[in-house]
Design a protein around this ligand. Structure first.
Ligand SMILES: [Mn+2]
Length: 297
């Protein structure tokens, strides 16, 4: 006599959380963005989405340990990957923007951070300027990257210039890379709040969470999670690692407490599996998406 049961975690369907729906009209959609044309140092984030999906299989055998919420009870689909245009970042961005249009609530698996710009363009056409909870080792507000204006150090320079982002509702968590004073001053002068990794290490968790809430308020808010916000010991698989970063428990603890925010979308970016060790970077990325989904219940 045969017995029916769920597949083993490692053998489930090869989508995020083993999702079987690929409907673009689902209330929440996962999509991969296999892009690395915007990287300025080590490339390889084009393989991020596949690695995050594989790592997410660790999260299919139970509900959230604190809330009991199972994100698979959401109307949630994995619609596959948005196709880049090989060798052409501007055309890739146009294609990403077009693919993201009309999706009610998108969670994007990256991919280098330049992809957030076309995702914000698609989103803000509906929502108006957004607030940002932005985990990152870098401010990503450089006006150019070695002469290139569309690379992964610039999405929020353009986002602010194009009024996609309300800089007074933009908070960066984990910044710590070397940076020119001009770029940092410009960023703060726009009204962006910058909490360095050290600021967070030296603060109480509740104070950090309260600061995030004060900055983003009740308006539409997007989570952009650059995996390099984490310390390289927790997330080595990324192109521009910076020491002294957040530990995965810190980022997760902050995220878990951000209930009741008017969330309108998320991405997790900069996972480059070729530099990963034991898949811990992809696993951290999958966990951050899981936590975000559990905030939507
Ligand atoms: Mn970034």
């Amino acid at each position: 006599m045969s017995e029916t049961h769920d597949p083993a975690t490692y053998a489930t369907y090869p989508t995020f959380l083993g999702l079987r729906s690929a409907s673009r009209s689902a209330a929440f959609t996962i999509a991969g963005v296999p892009l690395d044309l915007g990287t300025t140092n080590r490339s390889g984030t084009r393989f991020g989405p596949a690695a995050i999906r594989v790592a997410s299989r660790m999260l299919v055998d139970g509900a959230h340990p604190d809330t009991g919420f199972d994100p698979r009870t959401l109307d949630l689909a994995d619609i596959g990957d948005f196709q880049p245009v090989i060798g052409d970042i501007a055309a890739s961005h146009r294609q990403i923007e077009a693919a993201a249009q009309g999706l009610p609530h998108l969670i994007a698996l990256g991919g280098d951070h330049s992809m957030t710009l076309p995702l914000m363009r698609a989103l803000c056409a509906r929502t108006g300027p957004i607030g940002l909870v932005h985990f990152d080792a870098h401010v990503d507000t450089w006006s150019d990257n070695f002469g290139q204006v569309l690379a992964h150090g610039s999405p929020f320079y353009h986002g602010i210039k194009e009024r996609l982002v309300d800089p007074r509702r933009h908070i960066i968590l984990g910044a710590r890379s070397p940076i020119g004073t001009e770029t940092l001053s410009w960023t703060k002068d726009q009204g962006v709040t910058v909490l360095s990794a050290e600021d967070i290490h030296l603060s109480a968790l509740d104070a950090v969470v309260a600061r995030v809430r004060r900055v983003v308020g009740q308006g539409p808010t997007y989570l952009t999670f650059d995996i390099d916000s984490l310390d390289p010991s927790a997330a080595p698989g990324t192109g521009t690692p910076e020491i002294g970063g957040l530990f995965s428990w810190q980022a997760r603890a902050i995220l878990r407490r951000l209930t009741g925010i008017n969330w309108v979308g998320m991405d997790v970016v900069e996972v480059a599996p070729a530099y990963d060790v034991s898949e811990i970077t992809a696993l951290a990325a999958a966990h951050m998406v899981f936590e975000y989904l559990c905030l939507q219940g």
